[in-house]
Design a protein. Structure first.
Length: 325
């Protein structure tokens, strides 16, 4: 378990403009002082992340919203009361204290309060909000264990090892509109749950959603080995050297290795195990990976969002002009 002394040392590094990897309930984050643009720039350099992709700022108390936001309303406080700490990120008008680099020059900032004791203690000890995308190289698999972070950042001086994350996929991101909310990135908090607080908006998103939230590129969360979703395009190949990801506890006959997101079709189990399973197969001796599709209901929408983005660069048309290298 992470000690208070380790948290205090990590907080000192944050205050001095250095990077720290730390656990949240979703995935591990690569954090820097959100109010220090030079420190935040190190995140983009270390992750090899494009500057147009904004970051999420993590806070440990509601009062920090006033520091980061130009204006709020009672709807934001109602959402925070219902879902924070927790895996919900809210995009709000930013204050002048938020550096341009954090929000990629947008007039908004994405904020959440993580539901993880180590993360909350770190933010409190650092005495500043912490900007933190997932602690992985840009476009690669998200980390749900400290070992996943170390694999991609072997020279990072400080990784707080809080064990496996409990949720396993990134937070739901929403934008607040005049008539309600819109989901920019699906997560384990579903539209139906948020609608218990606010109605779903029918108006256009004020800011281009491609830029308003992280995690919206077509290709993201991708393993180093080819990944295909069963039923979609996959190459004619010998599956005796391939890996299979099962959601229902069935399938995978003839595959070299079978990993289970769940043995019973449990969506919460599948979300928790998704990136751990992808890391395991990436590190194995299989030549490619095939995943059983997830039902598009509840948090299954968010799981399939991650799977489709992870498989995108292996399945899209080679001649498409926006193919990523």
């Amino acid at each position: 378990m992470v000690s208070q002394a380790q948290i205090d040392e990590a907080a000192r590094l944050i205050r001095e403009g250095e990077l720290v990897a730390f656990p949240t309930e979703t995935v591990y984050g690569l954090g820097a002082n959100a109010l220090n643009p030079e420190a935040v720039a190190k995140i983009f350099i270390e992750k090899e992340r494009p500057s147009f992709d904004p970051l999420i700022v993590h806070i440990c108390k509601i009062e920090d919203l006033a520091l980061l936001c130009e204006k709020m309303d009672e709807r934001v406080l109602a959402l925070a009361a219902k879902f924070w700490p927790g895996p919900l990120t809210i995009v709000l008008p930013r204050s002048n204290l938020v550096p341009d680099i954090v929000s990629s020059g947008l007039p908004t900032v994405a904020i959440r309060m993580p539901n993880n004791e180590i993360a909350l203690k770190l933010i409190a000890a650092a005495q500043c909000p912490i900007a933190a995308p997932s602690a992985n190289k840009f476009g690669k698999l998200s980390p749900t264990k400290a070992q996943h972070v170390r694999k991609q950042f072997p020279l990072l001086p400080c990784i707080l090892d809080g064990g496996a994350t409990s949720v396993g996929i990134e937070s739901t991101v929403i934008a607040i509109e005049d008539d309600g909310f819109k989901i920019l990135r699906p997560g384990v908090i579903t539209r139906q749950e948020i609608e218990t607080v606010l109605p779903y908006s029918t108006s256009p998103v004020k800011n281009d959603p491609f830029f308003a939230s992280p995690g919206l590129l077509n290709s993201h969360y991708s393993p180093n080995k080819p990944l295909y979703i069963e039923g979609d395009y996959q190459p004619m190949a010998d599956t005796t050297n391939a890996g299979y990801i099962s959601f229902t506890g069935m399938g995978g006959e003839g595959y070299k290795r079978v990993e289970y997101l769940s043995h019973t079709g449990n969506l919460s189990e599948a979300a928790t195990n998704l990136f751990r399973t992808l890391h395991s197969l990436e590190e194995s001796d299989v030549t490619f990976i095939v995943a059983e599709p997830i039902p598009l209901q509840g948090i299954g929408v968010a799981i399939m969002d991650r799977l489709k983005k992870a498989a995108y660069r292996f399945t899209k048309n080679e001649s498409s002009p926006d193919k990523e290298p």
